[in-house]
Design a protein around this ligand. Structure first.
Ligand SMILES: [Zn+2]
Length: 194
Protein backbone atom coordinates (compact mmCIF):
# COMPACT_ATOMS: atom_id res chain seq x y z
CA UNK A 1 0.00 0.00 0.00
CA UNK A 2 1.38 3.44 -0.84
CA UNK A 3 2.10 5.84 2.00
CA UNK A 4 -0.71 8.09 0.84
CA UNK A 5 -3.23 5.25 0.75
CA UNK A 6 -2.17 4.20 4.23
CA UNK A 7 -2.59 7.75 5.54
CA UNK A 8 -6.00 8.13 3.91
CA UNK A 9 -7.26 4.85 5.34
CA UNK A 10 -5.93 5.73 8.80
CA UNK A 11 -7.63 9.13 8.65
CA UNK A 12 -10.84 7.54 7.46
CA UNK A 13 -10.84 5.06 10.32
CA UNK A 14 -10.65 7.99 12.73
CA UNK A 15 -13.46 9.75 10.85
CA UNK A 16 -15.65 6.66 11.08
CA UNK A 17 -14.99 6.43 14.81
CA UNK A 18 -16.27 10.00 15.26
CA UNK A 19 -19.04 9.81 12.64
CA UNK A 20 -21.87 10.19 15.17
CA UNK A 21 -25.36 10.59 13.73
CA UNK A 22 -24.26 11.90 10.32
CA UNK A 23 -25.54 8.65 8.83
CA UNK A 24 -29.03 10.08 9.20
CA UNK A 25 -28.41 13.16 7.06
CA UNK A 26 -30.84 13.61 4.16
CA UNK A 27 -29.45 13.83 0.60
CA UNK A 28 -30.67 17.39 -0.23
CA UNK A 29 -28.29 20.08 1.10
CA UNK A 30 -29.75 21.41 4.35
CA UNK A 31 -28.69 25.02 3.76
CA UNK A 32 -29.88 24.96 0.15
CA UNK A 33 -26.89 26.45 -1.63
CA UNK A 34 -24.08 25.40 -3.94
CA UNK A 35 -20.49 26.56 -4.41
CA UNK A 36 -18.48 26.27 -7.63
CA UNK A 37 -14.81 26.69 -6.85
CA UNK A 38 -11.26 25.69 -7.82
CA UNK A 39 -9.63 22.38 -6.96
CA UNK A 40 -6.56 24.24 -5.61
CA UNK A 41 -5.24 22.35 -2.58
CA UNK A 42 -5.02 25.57 -0.54
CA UNK A 43 -8.78 26.11 -0.73
CA UNK A 44 -11.00 24.29 1.75
CA UNK A 45 -14.59 25.38 1.08
CA UNK A 46 -15.85 23.60 4.20
CA UNK A 47 -13.58 25.85 6.25
CA UNK A 48 -13.64 29.11 4.28
CA UNK A 49 -17.44 29.01 3.96
CA UNK A 50 -18.29 27.27 7.23
CA UNK A 51 -19.79 24.05 5.88
CA UNK A 52 -20.61 20.89 7.76
CA UNK A 53 -21.61 17.58 6.21
CA UNK A 54 -25.05 17.86 4.66
CA UNK A 55 -24.98 21.67 4.33
CA UNK A 56 -24.23 22.50 0.68
CA UNK A 57 -23.07 21.23 -2.68
CA UNK A 58 -19.44 21.95 -3.53
CA UNK A 59 -18.52 21.55 -7.20
CA UNK A 60 -14.81 21.77 -7.92
CA UNK A 61 -12.67 21.76 -11.03
CA UNK A 62 -9.48 23.42 -12.27
CA UNK A 63 -10.18 27.13 -11.91
CA UNK A 64 -13.73 26.76 -10.59
CA UNK A 65 -14.86 27.39 -14.16
CA UNK A 66 -18.44 27.16 -15.42
CA UNK A 67 -17.69 24.27 -17.75
CA UNK A 68 -20.51 22.24 -19.26
CA UNK A 69 -19.92 19.65 -16.57
CA UNK A 70 -20.06 22.24 -13.76
CA UNK A 71 -23.37 23.45 -15.17
CA UNK A 72 -24.59 19.84 -15.31
CA UNK A 73 -23.94 19.57 -11.57
CA UNK A 74 -25.55 22.95 -10.79
CA UNK A 75 -28.70 22.02 -12.69
CA UNK A 76 -28.95 18.73 -10.78
CA UNK A 77 -28.29 20.71 -7.60
CA UNK A 78 -31.44 22.84 -7.94
CA UNK A 79 -33.68 20.69 -10.12
CA UNK A 80 -33.39 17.50 -8.10
CA UNK A 81 -31.92 18.61 -4.79
CA UNK A 82 -33.41 22.02 -4.19
CA UNK A 83 -30.54 24.51 -3.90
CA UNK A 84 -31.69 28.13 -4.22
CA UNK A 85 -28.45 30.23 -4.22
CA UNK A 86 -25.11 29.67 -5.93
CA UNK A 87 -21.58 31.01 -5.46
CA UNK A 88 -18.84 31.13 -8.10
CA UNK A 89 -15.53 31.44 -6.21
CA UNK A 90 -12.22 31.76 -8.02
CA UNK A 91 -9.01 32.70 -6.19
CA UNK A 92 -5.77 34.68 -6.27
CA UNK A 93 -2.61 32.96 -7.50
CA UNK A 94 -4.59 30.38 -9.47
CA UNK A 95 -2.59 27.89 -11.52
CA UNK A 96 -4.99 28.50 -14.39
CA UNK A 97 -3.34 31.93 -14.84
CA UNK A 98 0.03 30.34 -15.58
CA UNK A 99 -0.68 28.80 -19.00
CA UNK A 100 -2.92 28.93 -22.04
CA UNK A 101 -4.26 26.42 -24.56
CA UNK A 102 -1.13 26.63 -26.75
CA UNK A 103 1.25 26.09 -23.84
CA UNK A 104 -0.70 23.06 -22.57
CA UNK A 105 -0.89 21.64 -26.10
CA UNK A 106 2.89 22.04 -26.50
CA UNK A 107 3.67 20.48 -23.11
CA UNK A 108 1.51 17.43 -23.78
CA UNK A 109 3.03 17.09 -27.24
CA UNK A 110 6.45 16.91 -25.62
CA UNK A 111 5.66 14.16 -23.14
CA UNK A 112 3.15 12.94 -20.58
CA UNK A 113 5.55 13.58 -17.70
CA UNK A 114 4.94 16.33 -15.16
CA UNK A 115 6.24 19.65 -16.47
CA UNK A 116 8.18 22.21 -14.43
CA UNK A 117 7.77 25.95 -14.13
CA UNK A 118 10.21 28.78 -13.47
CA UNK A 119 10.34 32.53 -14.04
CA UNK A 120 10.56 32.00 -17.81
CA UNK A 121 7.46 29.80 -17.94
CA UNK A 122 6.59 26.12 -18.26
CA UNK A 123 9.10 23.56 -19.51
CA UNK A 124 8.62 19.97 -20.47
CA UNK A 125 11.20 17.42 -19.52
CA UNK A 126 10.59 15.88 -23.07
CA UNK A 127 11.06 12.29 -22.01
CA UNK A 128 8.90 9.72 -23.74
CA UNK A 129 5.99 9.97 -26.09
CA UNK A 130 3.66 12.93 -26.11
CA UNK A 131 0.24 13.41 -27.69
CA UNK A 132 -1.44 16.05 -29.82
CA UNK A 133 -4.79 15.37 -28.12
CA UNK A 134 -4.27 18.30 -25.76
CA UNK A 135 -4.55 20.69 -28.70
CA UNK A 136 -8.23 19.79 -29.11
CA UNK A 137 -9.24 20.75 -25.56
CA UNK A 138 -10.44 24.13 -24.32
CA UNK A 139 -8.55 24.29 -21.03
CA UNK A 140 -10.58 27.25 -19.67
CA UNK A 141 -7.50 29.09 -18.47
CA UNK A 142 -7.70 32.48 -16.73
CA UNK A 143 -6.01 35.78 -17.61
CA UNK A 144 -7.95 38.05 -15.22
CA UNK A 145 -9.68 36.75 -12.09
CA UNK A 146 -12.45 39.35 -11.94
CA UNK A 147 -13.23 38.83 -15.62
CA UNK A 148 -13.27 35.04 -15.24
CA UNK A 149 -15.70 35.23 -12.31
CA UNK A 150 -17.90 37.62 -14.28
CA UNK A 151 -17.78 35.44 -17.40
CA UNK A 152 -18.68 32.31 -15.45
CA UNK A 153 -21.55 33.94 -13.55
CA UNK A 154 -22.89 35.25 -16.86
CA UNK A 155 -22.51 31.88 -18.55
CA UNK A 156 -24.48 30.18 -15.78
CA UNK A 157 -27.08 32.98 -15.64
CA UNK A 158 -27.68 32.78 -19.40
CA UNK A 159 -28.04 29.00 -19.51
CA UNK A 160 -31.56 28.02 -20.56
CA UNK A 161 -31.82 25.40 -17.78
CA UNK A 162 -31.05 27.89 -15.00
CA UNK A 163 -34.15 29.61 -13.59
CA UNK A 164 -34.17 33.39 -13.10
CA UNK A 165 -34.91 33.21 -9.38
CA UNK A 166 -31.57 31.67 -8.36
CA UNK A 167 -29.10 34.41 -7.36
CA UNK A 168 -25.49 33.73 -8.39
CA UNK A 169 -22.79 35.48 -6.36
CA UNK A 170 -19.24 36.11 -7.62
CA UNK A 171 -16.24 36.05 -5.25
CA UNK A 172 -12.45 35.77 -5.29
CA UNK A 173 -10.78 33.94 -2.40
CA UNK A 174 -7.53 35.57 -1.30
CA UNK A 175 -4.93 32.83 -0.76
CA UNK A 176 -2.84 35.17 1.43
CA UNK A 177 -5.57 35.96 3.94
CA UNK A 178 -8.37 33.41 3.46
CA UNK A 179 -10.84 36.24 2.78
CA UNK A 180 -13.63 36.04 0.23
CA UNK A 181 -13.79 39.30 -1.74
CA UNK A 182 -16.92 39.95 -3.75
CA UNK A 183 -16.77 40.80 -7.45
CA UNK A 184 -19.71 43.24 -7.42
CA UNK A 185 -20.09 43.28 -11.19
CA UNK A 186 -20.42 39.49 -11.21
CA UNK A 187 -22.95 39.41 -8.36
CA UNK A 188 -24.90 42.13 -10.17
CA UNK A 189 -24.89 40.06 -13.37
CA UNK A 190 -26.04 37.04 -11.37
CA UNK A 191 -28.85 38.70 -9.45
CA UNK A 192 -32.17 36.92 -9.31
CA UNK A 193 -34.79 38.44 -11.58
CA UNK A 194 -37.95 37.24 -9.87
ZN1 LIG B 1 -7.06 27.62 -8.91
Amino acid sequence: MSKVVEEVIDANNQYVADFGDKGNLPMPPGRQFAVLTCMDARLDPAKYAGLAEGDAHVIRNAGGRASDDAIRSLVISYKLLGTKEWFVIHHTDCGMETFNNDIMGDLLSGSLKTASVDETGWHDCCEGEGTTDGRFIEWLTISDQEQSVLADVKRIRNNSMVPDDIPIYGYIYDCKTGKLNEVPEATAAGRAVS
